[in-house]
Design a protein around this ligand. Structure first.
Ligand code: NAD
Length: 295
């Protein structure tokens, strides 16, 4: 399995595709943004003018796109033209319905397909240490495993088509809630005139420890380097977090499950995006939390 088409070469797709090239695979990419194409070209990818051209005559086609609408738009343009037995693997985070529709489009041509959303952020994409949550029949998961092993460190087959997206939505609901919790604690400590570095030292080694604090602290100069140290340039944009929390709420409604903290986090990020901060990293929600305290 050495020929790959890679569509969507942004913050995540660019480094993921770069790792495949570095591992010796023949990767042709496509993105609608010229800047993303230029950066990918510098990593050794061949760049095609269209998604259809990038996907033609490839053993595997990987998509890493913003949302379900973009995914289905790309599938409408590529599925009819890929060669027989091409494996279609979508690594974007999309709603479960779009993921299943993408699987159905592949099935109409008897193409194996996989939903394999990721966790680990840009740092994980660059280091090849992502976690992949795979939804597919077991043989399709095994067929793409060598590629996943290059781009990631943990590969979990979560179940049939759409199950990877279901697990991803649950993970990101926890992340959205935990980031707001960490921000509230740091702002509270700030108001209580505690050195935030001491809060980090304690919480990161205590029962309050979590990824949002330990690995992605939302305050500059505290903890390991994170988007907070770069004026909240993403990273993982607040607009994407808002999208994911919206997906979690739609999934919860579809099975009559109440997720009050998830709903609250969705509302907080929706307000952040509406206030024009959707382009900032999601950890910049600390500014929003601070504004609430001052009200
Ligand atoms: P991004 O916006 O940086 O990249 C998406 C890319 O897709 C862009 O370069 C865009 O130009 C391209 N694109 C959009 N429509 C297209 C089309 N029709 N054809 C070709 N290219 C198209 O976003 P990202 O941060 O790389 O995230 C990609 C996906 O991964 C999202 O679904 C996101 O939720 C998920 N994700 C992101 C992170 C993160 O930390 N950034 C972590 C886990 C999962």
């Amino acid at each position: 399995m050495t020929t790959v088409g890679f569509i969507g070469l942004g913050n995540m797709g660019g480094p993921m595709a770069g790792n495949l090239v570095a591992a010796g695979l023949d990767v042709t990419g496509h993105d609608v943004a010229e800047g993303a194409c230029a950066a990918a070209r510098a990593k050794g990818l061949a760049i095609a003018d269209s998604a259809t051209a990038a996907a033609a005559d490839r053993e595997v086609v990987i998509t890493m796109l913003p949302d379900g609408a973009a995914l289905l738009e790309v599938y409408r343009s590529i599925v009819a033209d890929v060669r027989a037995n091409t494996i279609l693997m979508d690594c974007s985070t999309v709603d479960i319905a779009s993921a299943r529709q993408a699987h159905d489009m592949a099935a109409e041509r008897n193409l194996p397909s996989v939903d394999a959303p990721v966790s680990g952020g840009i740092a994980g994409a660059e280091a090849g240490t992502l976690t992949f949550m795979v939804g597919s029949d077991p043989p399709a998961c095994e067929a793409v495993r060598p590629l996943l092993d290059i781009m990631g460190r943990t590969i979990v087959h979560c179940g049939g088509p759409g199950c990877g997206q279901a697990v991803k939505i649950c993970n990101n609901m926890i992340l959205g809630v935990s980031m707001i919790g960490v921000c509230e604690a740091l702002v509270l400590a700030e108001k209580l005139e505690i050195d935030p570095a001491r809060v980090f030292d304690v919480v990161s080694t205590s029962s309050g420890s979590c990824w949002s604090m330990n690995d992605y602290c939302p305050l500059p100069g505290v903890g390991p380097e994170s988007p907070a140290d770069h004026d909240y340039v993403p990273g993982f944009a607040a607009a994407l977090m808002s999208k994911d929390l919206g997906l979690s709420q739609r999934a919860a409604a579809s099975v009559d499950v109440a997720t009050p903290m998830g709903a609250k986090a969705a509302a907080v990020y929706e307000t952040m995006v509406a206030s024009g901060r959707g382009h900032l990293d999601f950890s910049a929600v600390i500014r929003h939390v601070r504004a609430l305290v001052r009200e």
